[in-house]
Design a protein around this ligand. Structure first.
Ligand SMILES: [Zn+2]
Length: 136
């Protein structure tokens, strides 16, 4: 089972060069859940690899989990692009992000919120890193 941006809730074919905010999509999923139109099984389906990374590299999110209200919600950043494995690379620190952004590769970073308690997961935003941004 491989891990790709398409497997992130709200992800998919989005090739916009700028930052993309997924808050609206995320809020509509949360709202459907609260109305009972989606179950926990529908929305709490984080990939095992994503959960593992969230536990080790996640940064505390500014708000609790929208599904189970756990304060343990975290943000995980994945980077995709040339010479990075198809499964992406989880970024462990701000320093690493800065380094990737200064590089010559055109990369895309995906920030995902993940709840290790209930496995809720959704894209928060995606943003370009590296050369593309400097030339834009
Ligand atoms: Zn949760």
């Amino acid at each position: 089972m491989s891990f790709r941006p398409e497997t992130l809730r709200g992800g998919g074919a989005n090739h916009s060069p700028g930052m993309v905010d997924f808050r609206l999509a995320r809020n509509s999923v949360v709202s459907e859940f609260r109305k009972g139109r989606l179950s926990r099984i529908d929305v709490c389906d984080a990939h095992p690899e994503l959960l593992r990374v969230a536990t080790h590299l996640g940064r505390p999110a500014p708000e609790p989990c929208p599904i189970c209200e756990s304060p343990g919600l975290v943000h995980v950043t994945y980077v995709f692009g040339p010479r990075i494995p198809a499964s992406g690379r989880a970024v462990s620190s701000q320093a690493e992000m800065v380094k990737l952004d200064r590089g010559n590769r055109e990369l895309t970073a995906y920030v995902v919120e993940v709840c290790p308690e209930c496995s809720w997961n959704h894209l928060v935003r995606s943003l370009p890193l590296g050369r593309r941004r400097r030339e834009a």
